[in-house]
Design a protein around this ligand. Sequence first.
Ligand SMILES: [Mg+2]
Length: 307
Amino acid sequence: MFLSVFSPLKVTSASIAPMSKENTGAVAERGGPSPFTGHVEFTKNFSPRPHISHAVFDFDGTLSLIREGWPEIMLAMFVEMLPPRADDDPAAVSRMLFDDMMQLNGKQTIYQMIQFAQRVKERGGSPQEPLWYKHEYLRRLEGKIQDRIESLRTGRVSPEKYLLHGSTELLTLLANRKMNLYLASGTDEIFVRREADLLGVTKFFGDRIYGAKDDYKSFSKKMVIDRILRENNIRGENLLAFGDGYVEIQNTKEVGGLAVAVASDEAHNGSGKIDEWKRNRLLAVDADIVIPDYRDAAPLLNRILSK
Ligand SMILES: [Mg+2]
């Protein structure tokens, strides 16, 4: 796959000129200095979209890091609850369960539980209802994130700590450009609203915050995207999406929108490093751009929206 990569961390394109001395960290593009200070990849799909008027964000991993560490909690529960086999290689079992989880990352949590119930069945076990697994997983995760929620609620820590690096700047830039912003999350809506409030980003989205319901068929990111297009009488070319899960990227591409893959390094906010698992997964569903966070929000928007 052809990629133009601008990165102080990883320079893979022959078209990139050497780093300029006075601009430390920035990599120069052919024909002039790069406006980017971090890793930004443009795939061959990319072309500017001056007519973008609506933008959809995934929440966890894309803006919020409150639930960072969720894969360990889910994986530990699955490993504990999967019926063992005599010839199990624990590392291989963990990898299979982890791949199942991450393959479905971005969809509502219930789909990961449906897949797990299937794995239990494959091993001759009698699985619980997927909703039972989901509630048990959320109970465990809530234990992990309780301190974070409390520290945000009491103001002991600043929201910046749990907002992906540069989020506020990006949202402000989009709002200043009069973009209509939407939040669509596979996490239960009640939690998304709570956590958007705690992070101080509700003001950017207003009522346009959508998340999963226990009646999981009543919500999907595809439904949200279809509704945005229908109700606003716009086309895919007017739509921009940011996400770290394949669903929002794929659904956006299916309608002809522009998709920015946020391959965020959730455990090290601000590291500027790309999460390779996410990057590969999101490139496989034809993301247009890959970034680690929003350190380059301003030049990135200029490039995306240029005529
Ligand atoms: Mg996500």
